[in-house]
Design a protein around this ligand. Structure first.
Ligand code: PGA
Length: 255
């Protein structure tokens, strides 16, 4: 038996399509809060704003331990893809992470797991850490298909040869996103245990050390319970990441 690997948690904020230049003030406030508490916070912190704000937020977060990420990327480096943004462009703007395969991208833009896999590869090509999202819909959950849906999404969305350093998996039940509803700690534990087992089987030690985030209506009031679940190594936070104080309340789960 190998010793249990210690995984440093990550609390990541996904601003989605929210935020104008003035929002960099939120990050300045957050950066200040984090800098003050940085000795105590045992997690990494990431903010993924709309791409338009990456440079401003990178600037606002200077000197703090907040990293900046993108919310999606195209699989190609450049070319005739109107409206898209490449992983290299995100990196150029100051990002070090990118979310791929968020359920809103899968639903709104018909992204398949194969497309998500190509995006994760693009992230790695550009030197970004890919946060690959998976999650079941309410219908799938009611039909008892949660674990099989997640297994299929993982198998097709994760590229070969990924490492614990370049990839993070986020479990986000679609029905819990933006609804205020969350699975029970037991349910989260079951899904995260299944994800961990699948990652270990396919990626061995890298899969054992990979960060697994939970996302879907995480807020300050439920963060301690959800972050305390086995195999939960942090959170992907939507709504509650838009206000520095709320987001800091979630980071506080790691103090
Ligand atoms: P939520 O969103 O925290 O607003 O539920 C989570 C997400 O979509 O990443």
């Amino acid at each position: 038996m190998t010793a249990k690997v210690k995984i440093k948690a990550l609390v990541a904020g996904n601003w989605k399509m929210n935020g104008l230049k003035a929002s960099s003030k939120e990050v300045k406030t957050l950066a200040k809060l984090i800098a003050k508490a940085s000795k105590k916070a045992k997690c990494d912190v990431l903010v993924c704003p709309p791409a338009t704000l990456i440079p401003a937020l990178k600037d606002a977060a200077k000197g703090s331990k907040i990293a900046i990420g993108g919310q999606d990327c195209h699989a190609n480096v450049s070319g005739a893809h109107t409206g898209d943004i490449s992983a290299e462009m995100l990196k150029d703007a100051g990002a070090t992470y990118v979310i791929v395969g968020h359920s809103e991208r899968r639903a709104d833009h018909g992204e398949t797991s194969e497309a998500v896999c190509a995006k994760a590869l693009a992230a790695h090509r550009a030197g970004l850490i890919a946060i690959v999202c998976v999650g079941e819909t309410e219908t799938q959950r009611d039909a008892g298909e949660t674990l099989s849906v997640i297994a299929a999404q993982l198998a097709a969305s994760l590229p070969k040869g990924i490492t614990a350093k370049n990839t993070i998996v986020a479990y986000e039940p679609v029905w819990a996103i933006g609804t205020g509803r969350t699975p029970t700690a037991d349910d989260v534990a079951k899904v995260h245990a299944a994800i961990r087992a699948a990652l270990k089987k396919r990626f061995k030690a890298e899969g054992e050390a990979m960060r697994l985030l939970y996302g879907g209506s995480v807020k300050a009031s439920n963060a301690v319970e959800l972050m305390g679940v086995a195999n939960v190594n942090g959170a992907l936070v939507g709504g509650a990441s838009l206000k520095a104080a709320d987001f800091d309340g979630i980071i506080a789960a790691y103090r």
